[in-house]
Ligand binder design. Sequence first.
Ligand SMILES: Cc1cc2nc3c(=O)[nH]c(=O)nc-3n(C[C@H](O)[C@H](O)[C@H](O)COP(=O)(O)OP(=O)(O)OC[C@H]3O[C@@H](n4cnc5c(N)ncnc54)[C@H](O)[C@@H]3O)c2cc1C
Length: 478
Amino acid sequence: MAGGSERLRRRWLGAAAGAAGRGLAAWGVARRRRAIPRPLPEGPRERIVVLGAGFAGVAFMDALWEALGPQPRIDLRLIDRNNFKLFTPLLYQVATGLVSPDNISYPVRRRTRRRGARFQESLVQGIDLEARRVLTDDGPVPYDTLVVALGSVTNFFGMQDVARHALTLKTLGDGITVRNRLIDAFEEADVTTDPERRRALLTFNIVGAGATGVELATAIDNLINLVLLRDYPGINAEEVRIRLIEALDRAVPEMSEGVCRFTAKRLAERHIELRLGDPVVGLEGDRLRTRSGNLLPPGTTIWTAGVRANPVARGLPVEHGQGGRVVVTDTLQLPGHPEVFCVGDNALITDPATGRPVPPNAPAAIQMAQATARNVARRLRGEPLQPFRYHFKGELLSLGRNHAVLHLGGLLLDGFPAWVVWRAFYLTELMGMENRVGVMADWAFAYLSRLRESGRLICEPALAEEEGVMPTLAGRMR
Ligand SMILES: Cc1cc2nc3c(=O)[nH]c(=O)nc-3n(C[C@H](O)[C@H](O)[C@H](O)COP(=O)(O)OP(=O)(O)OC[C@H]3O[C@@H](n4cnc5c(N)ncnc54)[C@H](O)[C@@H]3O)c2cc1C
């Protein structure tokens, strides 16, 4: 009986996801119809190696398939340290218990199999440009064409104390750790008899009020106000403090004026304290020190203040720009090494339309990867390459339950309509129907019951190791 209703639920969710997808397709989000690829001229088999199975790496593989079709002349290999692609835009929802970690992770082998490519799970340690081989923990991998799409890492701006003690939000593990710490803080605050300790436990300092910091802060606010304060009746809303600290003079400085305005208004409505124009210079115990000399009250620090290029890309003997990103040609190649392309967060290229660097975000990574795939196909055909052009697609920012802000062309929309667009858009951007249905189900449960029950789970890897079981199976409900 239970199995039957589960099947019915899944079928209903599948149908609903399909309808949402079709609706958005009609809206213009549908994939382009694939033209029949022209055959490649005869020649030796080309070994194309792609480093990183993130937004850029996977988009490259898909676009190369579109450009060439099933191709005996190429040997395509995708290398990543993880065998899944992480959908980072929803990572803050893992950190706040809204979605399950599985639902934002897509098994890459499923896609490589369909694209006639090979996946290799290895840690990339370096690139030998002269010998044309990639150095990995599983041995060297030779290439004829290389695509470097290793993304970025958290930038602590040289502050070792911050790197050691602050929480970050970059990997799936980070998302789970933040969720554990938020719930653990409430558990401990509920029983401690020390008022200072209790105040510190209920204070959350998020450093970096860019899009990630703002989305995380508003989601933490929702988690606390809609769920935790009800679960912990001994804790009052007035005791909890969420603070966003930004070095520049406005929230979401990477976004347009209108989006910044709506964001500041929403943060004020939610009593999220916004400290602007005073960069953090260190972390002393659990207290942040700012450039003006302020020592902020103690709390949990979550660092979302910026990224820099992946260490492997930073280690390449070429010119590097802001954040160690590799300065590439207008065709996204390494100067002096036309067989190496660098795309996504680890590449630096100026957008001629604005005179500013192309931003390190998912649409830019995907566009660079697609342009590179078309250029790799041209190279194999002996045709001239075309320069990369970045197309700005608009801005979308979630501001908590029922609130978002959307900036598209001349349209600036906030509140519930923007939130609906936000959810529909990210649902279609997720890879794989199973993940879409999973996220839809998570959202539906969270919307109706305030939080998925498993969002309250604390997963304890240390305990798991002691007991000799898989960490993911060792979570326990509290
Ligand atoms: C929390 C968060 C939220 C975000 N939200 C948004 C958003 O809402 N919208 C948006 O546009 N952008 C967002 N971004 C930015 C977006 O995720 C990046 O711009 C995008 O992922 C860049 O794509 P990429 O392919 O260059 O790198 P990634 O997608 O990061 O892929 C890099 C891949 O390389 C692999 N890798 C790294 N080092 C090694 C190594 N040494 N060996 C083997 N494999 C390695 C990684 O495992 C990863 O799979 C967000 C980022 C974060 C962290």
